[in-house]
Design a binder for this molecule. Structure first.
Ligand code: IMP
Length: 185
């Protein structure tokens, strides 16, 4: 692996400027829909933190923030299909308007798991905001109220998304050169 992560890029799928515009649009919709509702943004660690921080900077309504961590990938490019709760929320969401912020919805298993888990906690409402979706990979259909971009069935990195914990700091969404997937383990 070379020292600059940019050297490992094969193709930029979504440039930084397109992401910025889309995040602004999503935030405007949230501002309009959640005025006077004091929603809680729940960020799914770790992939959604960059998206969440840009989104929240564009949101101008009263709101709060919490984090949850789940795993299903274990460092490779294929989901294990088993979702595991690694870290729970700090605050109760009972009676709160929840906006679950996710980097990418791939098979839908993670969002489906979290939706069912959260509904047992009796929130006032529940919506998902996801930057990316891969429609060709859907195994469980989940309703995504705030959707950024649909992408093809390719493993992508950047803007929070990792491969083997690397590449989250890229400001765009990209694919990696094929040899990288074999080298970084
Ligand atoms: P799902 O449960 O299959 O929908 O997978 C959701 C999780 O898988 C996301 O939160 C990501 O952490 C990870 N994931 C899915 N596709 C990609 C990808 O293309 N790049 C990086 N991570 C991915």
């Amino acid at each position: 692996m070379k020292d600059s992560v940019k050297d490992d890029i094969l193709e930029i799928l979504i440039p930084e400027t397109d992401i910025r515009t889309k995040v602004g649009e999503l935030a405007s919709r949230i501002n309009a829909d959640y005025r006077d509702k004091n929603p809680v943004f729940i960020s799914v660690l770790k992939g959604s933190v960059i998206f969440l921080s840009d989104l929240m900077k564009n949101v101008d309504i009263r709101s709060s923030l919490d984090f949850i961590a789940v795993s299903s990938y274990e460092g490779d490019t294929e989901s294990t299909g088993v979702v595991k709760l690694e870290m729970d929320l700090r605050e109760s969401i009972e009676g709160r308007h929840v906006i679950l912020v996710e980097d990418i919805v791939d098979t839908g298993l993670t969002m489906d798991y979290l939706k069912h888990n959260f509904m047992t906690r009796r929130p006032a409402s529940f919506n998902i905001c996801a930057l990316l979706t891969k429609p060709e990979r859907t195994r469980i259909k989940v309703d995504i109220a705030y959707k950024g971009f649909e992408i093809p069935d390719k493993f992508v990195v950047g803007y929070g998304l990792d491969y083997a914990e690397c590449y989250r700091n890229l400001p765009f969404v990209a694919t990696l050169r094929p040899e990288i997937y074999r080298k970084v383990k």
